[in-house]
Every structure is written in C-alpha cells, then in structure tokens.
Design a protein. Structure first.
Length: 277
C-alpha cells in the first residue's frame, strides 16, 4: 500500500527519463495545477542514501507534474511513496505512460521496447514458440506485451487499439522504430509533428544509419522539418514516354480481345493504311 504525503521538492532526485520533459507540456500542466491543484500525486520511491542523503526520494512517475509544480514555485508536492527497486520503478514509469493518449508515436515506441527489455531482465528472454519446448524462464503467454496484444484484440475497438499502439501489428512496428531509429533522429524530431507520425518514423527507421544521419544533417543545416527533407531526397519519378504508355494500353486490350474483335482491329488498321496512300 503506497503512502501518500507531502514531500519537499528539493529532496526529490529526478533520474534520466524514457520520456523527456517537454517545456510546453510542463507549462500546460502548471496552468492546470494553478487552476485545479494536483489531482493525481506523483510517484516516488524511497532511497535514503541517494546523493549522500540530500535527495532521499527518487521520481518514478509524474515528471511533467513535478516540472509544472517547479514552474509555479511550489516547494512541496503530494507524492505516493512506493517500495520498488530500479527495475520495478521503471516498469511503473512505463505502465503509467504506455496507455496515455498524449504519448507520441516516438515515445510509445520507446516505452514498448523498454517494457519488453525490463520484462526480460526480470523473467528471462521472450522467445517465439511454446515455453516448454524453448526452455524460456517465463512463458510467453505471461509476457506483458502478449497480454497487451490479447487485450487489444478482444477488449478494445480497432480504432482504440491502433491509436494506443497495442495491437500485435503495431507492437512490431513500434519495436522496429525503437530498435532502428537512430538517437540523432529521435532528438531531431522530438517535440515536432513528425514524432507522432508512426508511418513517417517507420520509413526513416528502415533506412541505413548513414542515410539517417544525412537526413538529420540536412534538417539541421537547412532548418527544415523531417517531411520536407524526405520529399527533397526522394528521387523524382522517371518520365514515362506517352507512346510507351499508349502501346502498353493497346497490348493489354489486345490480350483481352477475342478473335472477332482482333480481326476487326486488324481490318481497321488496314483500312487506315489504304486511306493514307
């Protein structure tokens, strides 16, 4: 049972986050805190020796709420204190964020991949196939990702499953984005519209690292967004000879025509030739 109490903000240590705090979001949270107060306490874990005891509480979840409170000049904040080690705390952070509608496609990809990593650290490598045959520590049916997939298929509408990124198909796509999208691209698109465009992120993730770096360099040098850069480097479609297109159409029509129609067509051509003499 978590204990909820007011904690001095100066005693809270904020470790590196999977999802970076976005200033605009934090300011929006600050406005909400000013108008309505803190509705949901942040989550902390107790670590009395952290930073030689100066910051005995470590932030688990609620980085934007904490940032919003700091913007307002609050010195204390309501927090739920949980008992958790580092891996358990990371799972709490992931779970809190994974199903939030405001999470961008980029952040969702990172959280899904991290969820899998933390799960495997605790329960063993997730492998395809039947657990009793593969020898894995934890059966794949007990994996959080598998449970999420089943819930998406049976409990949510297709629209919600796709939007939240928890369908089997989306889990694979998000995994590819998290695995293959370079840190430089992540940093370049974070906070932009491209960060919430899953198909765009996937198209970049499929490119080799050198090409991804070239994209980032172009974005930075020319001050362009990702879609604009991708349009610029996309090869122009080859020009099609109009007569080649006509020939292809005639050839396709000839294949579909029966013998009588072909005979009429040949007769038509012969009449045209005779008239031209």
């Amino acid at each position: 049972m978590a204990e909820v109490k007011s904690i001095p903000i100066s005693q809270i240590h904020v470790p590196p986050r999977l999802r970076e705090v976005e200033e605009d979001h934090a300011r929006a949270i600050a406005l909400s805190l000013e108008a309505h107060g803190l509705i949901n306490p942040i989550t902390l874990r107790y670590a009395p020796a952290k930073n030689k005891g100066t910051t005995p509480y470590i932030l688990v979840a609620g980085a934007h709420r904490l940032a919003g409170a700091t913007i307002l000049g609050w010195t204390e904040i309501e927090a739920a204190i949980i008992e958790a080690d580092q891996s358990e705390a990371q799972l709490v952070e992931i779970c809190e964020n994974l199903f939030r509608n405001e999470l961008s496609a980029l952040d969702r990809a990172i959280f899904v991949a991290s969820y899998r990593d933390v799960w495997e650290q605790a329960h063993g490598k997730i492998r395809a196939g039947r657990p009793e045959k593969s020898g894995q520590v934890g059966p794949i049916s007990d994996s959080p990702l598998d449970l999420i997939s089943k819930e998406a298929g049976s409990g949510f509408s297709e629209h919600i499953a796709e939007r939240m990124g928890v369908s089997v198909r989306n889990i694979k796509r998000l995994g590819q984005i998290a695995k293959s999208l370079s840190p430089a691209v992540r940093a370049a698109v974070r906070g932009t519209a491209a960060a919430d465009n899953q198909s765009l992120l996937l198209s970049v993730a499929k490119r080799p690292p050198a090409e991804q770096q070239a994209i980032v360099s172009t974005m930075q040098a020319a001050q362009l967004d990702l879609p604009t850069v991708l349009r610029q480097i996309k090869p122009a479609p080859a020009k099609v000879d109009p007569q080649e297109a006509i020939f292809a159409t005639l050839s396709a029509a000839w294949k579909k025509a029966d013998e009588a129609t072909r005979a009429r067509f040949i007769d038509h051509i012969q009449q045209k030739k005779a008239a031209a003499k």
